[in-house]
Ligand binder design. Structure first.
Ligand code: AFP
Length: 337
């Protein structure tokens, strides 16, 4: 067996980058390691999802009243537990919690603000499709003490780190600190994330388009025209693409990031603000898309420039390869939208 000694673990990768910033205290790096730990805990639970169901039904007979937690609740708790007590965090927000998550009493409060979608695409778990976790990190803007809404409602351009974990055929962690996008794969035999995708760059024009076309009749004319273009109906304007849609944003985004492509969740007559959340889904993925050479808008405005008004605000989202995002904007402008 050939043993490769040249693996770069995520820890080594982060430390090497940290050395380039003498003012760095290492706190942000440690926050990233905390997230890696949460990712491993969640990945392990997901790997056993089918088995846990089997064990769960056996337990119902033998042990009174023990109910298996749903995986999205589990993932939410895993992240909170990994971050809450470390003194690195000022306040957090999760797609699963209505209100800001404060640092528990008697624990130190730090300077970073973390927002996360603990298990994106969780309705896909039963069918064994890929799901993910998305996170976004800011610096606090309020004075020391518990952080608050003001820390959480910052525009995406202020993010210091954004990333996601994808629990697929392998578990990957992809993140940016504003210096390119890097991907790490969990090597299960050693339990470490190792560098597998250094400096991911997304092609300017993508192979794929990803959108829930069952909403077609409810879209605006501009979006309908753009999607017709992607289907190959407007050959004089744009070449047709392949369609791929899982319905799990992290999985759709990841495929398009690596191969080139565009993901859309536009507004429609039922979801007038689109479906995806600005703070937990659109902002972090927009930071990553831009860092990989792509783009992200709500159709007219750059996602990272949107000023959030509420923790669970939704936004229309058009994200991916630069030329394809631009094409959607052009079609919307031509339709007067
Ligand atoms: P769930 O977490 O409820 O499965 O929602 C997933 C999601 O927010 C995002 O991951 C998908 O891209 C999108 O919804 C799919 O929505 P549609 O089912 O309406 O296409």
């Amino acid at each position: 067996m050939r043993i490769d000694n040249h693996v770069t673990t995520i820890e080594r990768f982060i430390m090497e980058r940290e050395r380039e910033f003498p003012e760095a205290t290492g706190e942000l790096s440690n926050l990233l390691y905390d997230l890696c730990l949460a990712a491993k805990v969640i990945a392990a639970a997901i790997r056993r999802a089918g088995l846990v169901d089997v064990l769960g039904s056996a337990q119902q007979v033998n042990i009174q009243g023990e109910e298996q937690q749903k995986l999205d609740v589990f993932a939410n708790e895993a992240i909170k537990q990994a971050l809450c007590h470390t003194g690195r965090v000022a306040v957090m927000a999760s797609e699963e919690d209505e209100k800001p998550i404060e640092v528990p009493p008697n624990y130190p409060v730090g300077k970073y603000v973390v927002l996360f979608d603990p298990l994106d695409g969780s309705s896909n778990i039963d069918s064994n499709a890929s799901v993910g976790t998305i996170f976004s990190i800011f610096r606090r803007v309020t004075p020391p003490g518990q952080g608050n809404l003001r820390d959480l409602l910052q525009p995406g351009r202020e993010q210091v780190v954004a990333g996601y974990m994808i629990y697929g055929s392998s578990t990957m962690l992809v993140y940016t600190t504003g210096q390119g996008v890097h991907g790490f794969t969990l090597e299960p035999t050693i339990g470490e994330f190792v560098l597998s995708h250094a400096r991911i760059e997304t092609p300017p024009c993508g192979k794929y388009y990803s959108v829930n076309e069952s909403n077609y009749a409810r879209w605006s004319r501009g979006i309908q025209m753009a999607v017709r273009g992607f289907k190959g109906d407007l050959q004089d304007r744009i070449a047709g693409k392949n369609s791929r849609y899982i319905g799990s944003f992290v999985a759709d985004f990841h495929r398009n990031l690596v191969n080139g492509g565009i993901f859309l969740y536009p507004a429609d007559s039922k979801n007038t603000q689109g479906k995806l959340r600005l703070l937990y889904e659109a902002n972090p993925m927009a930071f990553i898309a831009e860092q990989a050479g792509g783009a992200a808008t709500d159709g007219t405005t750059r996602i990272l420039d949107l000023e959030p008004r509420g923790l669970h605000e939704r936004t229309p989202l058009v994200i991916g390869s630069r030329d394809d995002v631009e094409f959607v904007q052009t079609m919307l402008a031509e339709a007067g939208e």
